[in-house]
Each structure stands twice: as structure tokens, then as C-alpha cells.
Design a protein around this ligand. Structure first.
Ligand code: SOE
Length: 387
């Protein structure tokens, strides 16, 4: 009988569902070192959390994350609650000696993110952060091509995360638009993924300068929230929006490459468009999440006259993670990125090695975001290491 790894999941909305789905499906497709026990689902409202636990396949419920973190029959605390809850839950999990998986952004501030990293390291537990876009097979292939030197010296990273779901000024002020709950708007929610991608593929960032804008400064208050949206609103009163709707910035990487970043929820026609292009002396690659089973690659050493962008279908057994899934060409999607990141997390726990990405990557990301915020405020360049 295999040993089991007992999960306590905090949060059961969008990300809670994505994690529950991944944990349920992993054993069907992947050989795991331990059985996954979806032991306890935790949320504040007993009725809602009971209902969610039944739907998502969790054995028990808790309404107090502190109790959950103290339980001796839990190995992992998986944090998918809104961002303002991450730090307290992670500190309690570390104090309880649990391994921790935390959704991005790690916390509301750089200081809080550092505190979480320190607590997890001090407790000697494994920790990971949910930068799931790294785990698309095409992105793993991009990383492999870069690491093998196929692009040579890197000159440019150009990354954007474009969505269009809050353009309507009547769209309510959900928690992702409320600074005290989310920390920042498009930068923390979307830009964080692009920053992590840039660090994953190109390396650390030295200095940044940016600009930000809130196009709709007042919105109706939100009623009960579900997924990204909310039902009705409490009396139609308008509330100020205190986060960025869009943030853009440029940077120089430690290795001398230049970077261009854009995060917005105001790009009409773009639903969940996380895209990047990397240009090097020997070639270029580009990726669009909305076509996540493809990677484009330009190789400058192809025969003159035959050069052009290759469209690689990343859906064959030889591609990263693919052998676990379906026959060639039977494509995968957004949910599978969570399977891949949780698979890696479980293996790291079993093999007692550091996870990647982990809280240190969450801290680096927070440091870059805070540098961008400062640069916007000061209208100046900010060195990331000065923070
Ligand atoms: C909403 O903007 C959101 O769901 C983010 O919170 C996620 O991190 C991103 O994957 C997609 O967009």
C-alpha cells in the first residue's frame, strides 16, 4: 500500500476548484510516489464549504484555518484563498510543520512575502507558489531551447497578459479590484505571471520603470462573489477603485537583455492572453497561452531561402509532460497546468528537494512589482536590489 499525502485546501472558488480538479485527476494519469488524500476543505462559511466539499470531492471540512494547520493528520496546506489571507495561513501552516503550496501573488507586500519565505525556511517545510503558466508543455520546451543555447545570447523579452473582463464600468468591485484584499490590480494578478515567466526564461531583473492607470475609478459594490464575478450589488452604491486597471513597464535584466511588459484587463477581445516573445542572436521563440499547445520558433541557422517561423505542435509523447496524457495531437488546456505544478510539488516533497518555483521566486516577483509601483509613483527608474 502506497503512503498517502494528506491535503488541507483553504479556499474553494476559482483557484480552489482548479486545485481540487488537478488533485483528483493526477492519479488517473501520473505515477505518483504517494496517494493523494483530499482530506479537508477549509472555508469560513460552513454551509458553502460543505457544499463545495461535496462537489469537489473532499472528505471533511474545517471553518478555521488555524485548527486545520494544527491537525496532526494533515501534511500539506494548499492556499487558494484571496491574497490578503495568504500570509496568516502560510505562517500558521509553517508553525504546524506543514508543506505549503500558495497561489500567487505570495502576499500583499514585499515585506509580508519575505516573512512567509523566512517562516517556511525556518520550519524546514517544502514550499511552492502557483505560477502555473510555467507548466504548459510549450513553455517547458521554450525553456529547454533557451537552456540548450538554441537562441544564443538573449537580447529581448516581450511579455503581456491581456484580458477584457472589467471594461464595463457597471462591473462590480470584486475582491480582485480591492487593494486591501488583493494588494494590486492588473500588475499583481496578471503581471506577476509575466514577471515570473521572464525570470524563468531570461533571468533576474536589474532595474525597472513603469506606468499605471485606473480607467474606471468608481464601481458598484459587489454582492456574493463567484469565480471572477459577483452577483448584483449592495444597493448600487459606488465605491472607489484603488488598484491599477493596467500597468506597463520596461526593464533591463541582469544579463543585459531588455524587457517590455504589459498587464491589462482593458484589452478588448483578449480573454486570457498571456503571451511572450524572446529574441536571441541565433533565433527567437514566441508563445500565446490562448494557443497553448503550440510554440513558434525561428532558427537563424536554417538554410537561407528556407527560413521562417516553425509552428511546433507541442502534443507528442516526446514533449514535456505529454506522455502522461493523450495520444499525439489530442490537446490539453488550462486545468492541466495545475496538474503539472502539483505533480512537481508532490515529487519534491517525496524526494526532499526544493520546489521550483517556490516562495523565494514569490519574493523576487514581489520585489520587482514593488519596484514597478515605486517607479510609477516617482516617475523614475528603480533598481530592484535597492528594495
Ligand atoms: C484573473 O484575472 C485570473 O484568473 C488570474 O487571477 C489568474 O492568475 C490568471 O491565471 C488568469 O486570470
Amino acid at each position: 500500500m502506497k503512503k498517502s499525502i494528506r491535503f488541507g485546501l483553504v479556499g474553494y472558488k476559482f483557484m480552489g476548484k482548479a486545485h481540487s480538479n488537478a488533485l483528483a485527476r493526477l492519479p488517473m494519469f501520473f505515477d505518483l510516489p504517494a496517494e493523494i488524500d483530499r482530506a479537508v476543505l477549509c472555508g469560513r462559511d460552513p454551509e458553502w464549504v460543505r457544499d463545495a466539499a461535496d462537489k469537489l470531492g473532499w472528505r471533511e471540512i474545517e471553518t478555521d484555518y488555524k485548527k486545520l494547520c494544527e491537525r496532526s493528520d494533515i501534511d500539506v496546506i494548499d492556499i487558494t484563498a484571496p491574497s490578503n489571507a495568504h500570509k496568516d495561513i502560510a505562517l500558521a501552516a509553517a508553525a504546524g510543520g506543514k508543506h505549503i503550496f500558495c497561489e500567487k501573488p505570495l502576499a500583499l507586500t514585499l515585506a509580508d512575502s519575505r516573512e512567509m519565505l523566512e517562516a517556511a525556511n525556518k520550519a524546514g517545510v517544502r514550499h511552492a507558489i502557483g505560477f502555473n503558466y510555467r507548466f504548459a508543455p510549450a513553455v517547458q520546451l521554450a525553456k529547454k531551447l533557451i537552456d540548450e543555447g538554441k537562441l544564443g545570447k538573449i537580447f529581448h523579452f516581450r511579455g503581456s497578459f491581456l484580458q477584457d473582463w472589467i471594461i464595463d464600468p457597471e462591473f462590480p468591485k470584486v475582491w480582485r479590484l480591492d487593494k486591501k484584499v488583493c494588494g494590486s490590480g492588473s500588475l499583481g494578478d496578471l503581471g506577476a505571471h509575466v514577471i515570473d515567466m521572464a525570470r524563468f526564461l531570461v533571468g533576474d531583473i536589474k532595474t525597472v520603470t513603469g506606468m499605471a492607470k485606473t480607467f474606471v475609478p468608481f464601481r458598484p459594490a459587489a454582492g456574493r462573489m463567484e469565480g471572477l464575478s459577483a452577483s448584483g450589488n449592495s444597493g448600487g452604491a459606488l465605491e472607489p477603485v484603488d488598484v491599477d486597471d493596467a500597468t506597463s513597464f520596461v526593464c533591463e535584466f541582469e544579463n543585459g537583455a531588455l524587457g517590455l511588459f504589459e498587464a491589462t484587463r482593458f484589452a478588448q477581445g483578449h480573454k486570457n492572453d498571456m503571451s511572450f516573445e524572446v529574441n536571441g542572436e541565433k533565433g527567437s521563440i514566441r508563445f500565446h497561452f490562448e494557443r497553448m499547445n503550440e510554440l513558434e520558433y525561428f532558427c537563424a541557422s536554417d538554410e537561407p531561402g528556407e527560413q521562417g517561423w516553425r509552428l511546433i505542435q507541442v502534443s507528442e509523447g516526446i514533449h514535456p509532460y505529454w506522455a502522461h496524457w493523450w495520444p499525439t495531437g489530442h490537446v490539453i488546456g488550462f486545468p492541466e497546468t495545475f496538474c503539472h505544478e502539483l505533480y512537481e510539488f508532490i515529487r519534491c516533497i517525496d524526494e526532499q528537494r526544493d520546489c521550483a518555483p517556490n516562495f523565494a521566486d514569490g519574493v523576487k516577483c514581489a520585489q520587482i512589482m514593488e519596484a514597478v509601483d515605486l517607479s510609477v509613483e516617482r516617475r523614475a527608474w528603480v533598481d530592484v536590489d535597492s528594495l
